[in-house]
Design a protein around this ligand. Structure first.
Ligand SMILES: [Fe+2]
Ligand SMILES: [Fe+2]
Length: 267
């Protein structure tokens, strides 16, 4: 095997998102000859967090590594799992002392793959610099592998674009998450890094980025912060397939969007 096919799944939102993974991940893996699955799970529990039970549920559907983002500590029961399980990550550029880890290394067939989770700082919490954090991690990781997949969880397009150029030739892929809207700018940068500003969302699209439309509109108008509910309808999967060679360079990046019928237990 000269290349490896890595599927990156955009933020899984609530039960509708999990149901898509349960019902359809294996057929997608067959269709695209996927060897490695990485998914962002920060919204998998009720749309705003992840629990240990739901993380284990997602692992049972054959996801190799779960990445997260700004919602990771909304449910603190996840802390133990972050500390004990090397396949669930929190952003690497959270300050020193934060539980969990920001990257992991897995082996699949002849390939050793590092998965790095970073988070942006523009219109987000004031964490450590993701660029400097990547430099430090890169020095650590390159002694072990040159296949490095980055989930860059960030709001600002400019910050993601800048990071893509910054990591070009060092990361195999820089895939943005967090906005829940897939961008159509997938490309291979000149030095061999696959790049997309945002992979998108796996969840209900009849929504405001996964949340019930009415509560979202209400909160924008009245600022009374009524509780968001996960929406239910129009389930879709957003992902990208990145193919990398043994040198850690990307040879292709393909956007994937799938629409599904609502499954009976999910209405
Ligand atoms: Fe998200
Ligand atoms: Fe997020």
């Amino acid at each position: 095997m000269d290349t490896i096919n890595i599927l990156l799944i955009g933020d899984i939102v609530g039960r509708p998102g999990r149901t898509i993974i349960k019902d359809h991940l294996s057929e997608i893996c067959k269709e695209y000859s996927v060897h490695c699955v990485i998914a962002n799970c920060e919204n998998a529990a009720g749309g705003i967090s992840i629990t240990p039970e739901i993380a284990q549920e997602l692992f049972s559907y054959k996801i190799h590594v779960l990445t997260t983002g700004n919602h990771i500590f909304n449910n603190r029961t996840i802390i133990k799992l972050l500390e004990s399980n090397k396949y669930i990550l929190r952003p690497a550029n959270f300050p020193k002392g934060v539980p969990g880890k920001g990257y992991t290394i897995i082996k699949i067939n002849d390939f050793t793959i590092a998965i790095v989770n970073l988070i942006g700082r523009i219109n987000m919490e004031p964490v450590d610099c993701p660029f400097i954090a990547f430099n430090t991690l890169y020095d650590e990781i390159t002694s072990k592998t040159n296949i490095i997949i980055v989930d860059f969880h960030a709001e600002a397009t400019s910050e993601k674009k800048a990071f893509g150029w910054f990591a070009d030739g060092r990361a195999s892929a820089v895939c943005g998450t967090h906005t829940h809207v897939q961008t159509a700018d997938e490309t291979i940068l000149p030095n061999g890094t696959a790049y997309i500003t945002d992979v998108g969302m796996t969840g209900p699209f009849d929504s405001v980025i996964g949340m019930d439309k009415e509560s979202s509109i209400h909160n924008f108008i009245y600022h009374t912060r009524i509780k968001f509910k996960v929406a239910q309808n129009d389930p879709r999967l957003n992902a990208v397939l990145v193919t990398c060679n043994k040198q850690g360079r990307a040879v292709s990046i393909t956007r994937i969007i799938k629409s599904y019928e609502l499954s009976p237990g999910n209405s």
